[in-house]
Structure formats: C-alpha cells, structure tokens
Design a protein around this ligand. Structure first.
Ligand SMILES: NC(=O)c1ccc[n+]([C@@H]2O[C@H](COP(=O)([O-])OP(=O)(O)OC[C@H]3O[C@@H](n4cnc5c(N)ncnc54)[C@H](O)[C@@H]3O)[C@@H](O)[C@H]2O)c1
Length: 325
C-alpha cells in the first residue's frame, strides 16, 4: 500500500507524521513544491510533480487540500480507482458532498472522512461512558471549541467561499460529536458575531431524542489559544472535561448516585496520537475490509447540520431539518 498525500500545509504535515508512525510508505504532491520536498525529506518519502503522477503511483489518496478543492480531487481519485482519505469538512455544500460519496461508491473505492475529534481519547472516553449508560439518557450536551483565526485570518480559511467559514470548518467537529452521542437533529438555532476574520458563534441543536446540544465555537480568540470542552448532562449523571485541565475526565452520578468518580485515561504517548489512531483505523479498514467508524452518511449528516447552523446564524431564525430517511 502506498499513500499519496496532496497538500503540504498543516494537515499534510500532520498526516505525513501519522503515516510515518504507522510505517506506511507515502509520497507528497503540493502546489508548495518546496514544502512538499522538505516534508518528503523529513520522512524518507517521495514527491510527485503533479496530481496525475501521484494518482498513477498510489493505492490511497489522502486529500489535505483547502476545502474548496476537495470535490474535484476526490472525484479525480475515485475515477483513477484510488481509495480516498479526505480532511473535513468533506465539501462546501450538501450537493458537492453527496456527489463525492456517489463518485466513490460508483468507482468501488472507500471514502474515509477525517473527523479526528472522535479519535481524541477524552472525546472517545466520554462517548464510551455515554454508550455504557453511565449518565443515563443524554439530555444537555455543552461543547466548546475556540481558537484564533487560522493563519491570523490571512489565508484561504478567511474566505467563506473557500473554507465554508468558521461554522463549517471548526464547529463541524462538535456538531459531528453531538450527532454521534445524541443522534439526528430536527432543528437548529444559532447566533454569531463577526469582525473581519474573527468570528464567534453559539448554536442550539434540538435532537430527535429531545436532547439539546449547545455548541460554542470561535475563531475570535488571541493567537496561540485553542480550548475545547465537554459538559454532558444525562438523566442520571454528568461528564465533564476541559482542555484547561489535564485528564482524567470526571463523572458524577451513574450507578453510585452523587458519588464523584474519576475515570482515568491512558497516558497519551505518540501511539495514542488521535491522528495516528484515525489513520490506523483507515489502514485496518483497507487491510481487513473492516468498517471505518465515520460513515459517509455521518459525514454528510454533520455537514448538513453545519450548513443549517450557518443559515440560522445568517438569518437569525431557527432552521428545521427534515428527518433523515
Ligand atoms: N482535522 C483537523 O483538525 C483539521 C485542522 C486544520 C485543517 N483541517 C482541514 O484540512 C484541510 C487542509 O487544511 P490545512 O490547514 O492543511 O491548510 P493549509 O493552507 O495549511 O495547507 C493547504 C496545502 O494545500 C496546498 N495547495 C493549495 N492549493 C493547491 C492545489 N491546487 N494543488 C496542490 N496543492 C495545493 C498548499 O500549498 C498547502 O500545502 C482543510 O479542509 C481544512 O479544513 C482539518
């Protein structure tokens, strides 16, 4: 198996390190040929002069390009019969995303959408606890993800026609997580404030189950800051974690009512790097024809809700979503 990474920016570099840690051979193609050459040299990898050469040489394409280039690249990879890893968000519209999923299905190749938050130990541990019934039925999920604008607000990220904006690019992570924990959503309502590339938003998601997710996300904070937090309230307990505090995450309630307990997490050595864990699951899926945890339907679902949140933030009105068939 040989992977062709496309893009040598922040995600191209992170994916290159992860493939290297997994002992998978890879090559790189990027518009930034100098950075691609550096990256390849760091990992003893090859570079490709263009997309066609990469497609001819690899079995898996790893798309680490700006979001507006995802559709054409994924479709080219599918046409060439290559399996595809694609960074999130899958695309900028529901139509583009559906076409990409369709193209991969028609070509008989696997599509792995890189929703890395599911592979972060704290997020996984909290989800496992919910699945195990530790807090009863999830009722209120509060999720937070705030950082500075990528590249100080000077890159393609700041152009909503290229990145989808903060809600599609950043809040999407927690929207996917909320759907993973509490299921489909029927209505969203959001408010946002924006000054130049600095944007902050708060969204309320009403799940079919009746649970409510309150998601806060922002590219509004000072440079270098990146904070995330989870607060889950269920019918019989609570789970709490914040990046401001070191693990372990804390739970209250569950079988021993009112008794505070701490669920220790494994230390996080490089083998538990979420990006490595994510690509390890891709590797296993390809080698053993095994499922990948993030299905295409889930990636489409998270994008659909993120687009509805963005629409609500723009209009200031709640947006109702049709039930997923
Ligand atoms: N999973 C996460 O936590 C996470 C974090 C950041 C970004 N992302 C996503 O990853 C994707 C890439 O983001 P990034 O931060 O790596 O962006 P980036 O700007 O750092 O890197 C983009 C790379 O693509 C290259 N490129 C641009 N146009 C090209 C073209 N036409 N042909 C070939 N190469 C081209 C650039 O030279 C650069 O190397 C985006 O979809 C973004 O939303 C995900």
């Amino acid at each position: 198996m040989r992977v062709g990474i496309i893009g040598s920016g922040s995600m191209g570099q992170v994916h290159a390190r992860a493939w290297h840690a997994l002992g998978v051979e890879f090559g790189v193609y990027s518009r930034d040929a100098e950075r691609a050459a550096q990256l390849a040299a760091e990992h003893g990898a090859v570079t490709y002069p263009d997309l066609a050469t990469l497609l001819a040489d690899v079995t898996v394409v790893d798309v680490c390009l700006p979001t507006y280039l995802h559709r054409e690249t994924v479709e080219a990879a599918a046409r060439a019969g290559r399996h595809v890893v694609c960074e999130k968000p899958l695309a900028l519209s529901n139509e583009d995303a559906a076409a990409m999923v369709q193209a991969c299905e028609a070509a008989g190749v696997r599509l792995f959408v890189a929703m890395v938050v599911r592979f972060f130990p704290q997020y996984r541990s909290a989800r496992d606890l919910v699945q195990a019934g530790r807090i009863g039925t999830p009722r209120v999920l509060r999720l937070r993800r705030v950082s500075s604008p990528p590249y100080g607000g000077t890159s393609w990220f700041a152009d909503e026609t290229k990145s989808g904006g903060m809600i599609l690019d950043l809040m999407l992570h927690d929207i996917d997580y909320a759907l993973w924990l509490a299921g489909d959503v029927t209505q969203v309502y959001a408010q946002t404030t924006q000054v130049g590339p600095r944007q902050y938003a708060q969204a309320a998601l009403t799940h079919v189950s009746g649970a409510l997710s309150l998601i806060e996300a922002g590219w509004a904070y000072p440079d270098g800051l990146f904070r995330t937090a989870i607060d889950l309230a269920g019918s019989s307990g609570l789970i709490e974690w914040s990046s401001d505090a070191a693990p372990p995450i804390r739970t209250w309630g569950g079988p021993a009512q009112h008794a505070a307990s701490e669920v220790s997490l494994p230390a996080v050595p490089s083998a538990a790097d979420p990006f490595v864990l994510q690509l390890k699951q891709v590797l296993d899926a390809l080698q053993h024809n095994a499922p990948f945890e993030v299905t295409s339907e889930e990636a489409l679902g998270a994008l659909r809700v993120a687009l509805a949140v963005r629409e609500s933030a723009r209009s200031g009105r709640a947006v109702t979503l049709e039930a997923v068939k």
